[in-house]
Design a binder for this molecule. Sequence first.
Ligand code: FES
Length: 152
Amino acid sequence: MAEHGDAQAALIPFLQYCQEQDGYVTQQAVSDAAALTGITDGEVESIVSFYSLLFQHPVGKHIIHACRTLSCMLGGADRLHEHIRRRLGVRNGETSADGEFTYQEVECLAACDKAPCLQHNLQFHYNVTPEEFDRLLETWRAQPAGAALPAE
Ligand code: FES
């Protein structure tokens, strides 16, 4: 709170810190955040659920967000999504059996002119074809173990 000015401004960084420590925002972290900021657990949970990079359940170290909005769908996202789900053996919102990859279809990632678009952790990838996804997947699999989301 000293670094961010007040409790409200420190809320998101606090939740990010908790997620870095525990792998996701635990119920204890929600309660601690509520106590520190003077808002209810429910209000903290609504904030956590609003941000796509905060999680209330364990996730893989690789978070893949695939855009499912109009431009990307017109650019072939449905074929890409089907390919990703098959390669990872998951449905939308699930984590692969090895615990490494969490896949989530999301609304517009603000790169509509480079459809289809996806986000891996904090990095964007544009004009992604199934073949390009396979190449990216091998790169990600070769990365050393680390946190689900890069530290700032
Ligand atoms: S529609 Fe996919 S990035 Fe905007």
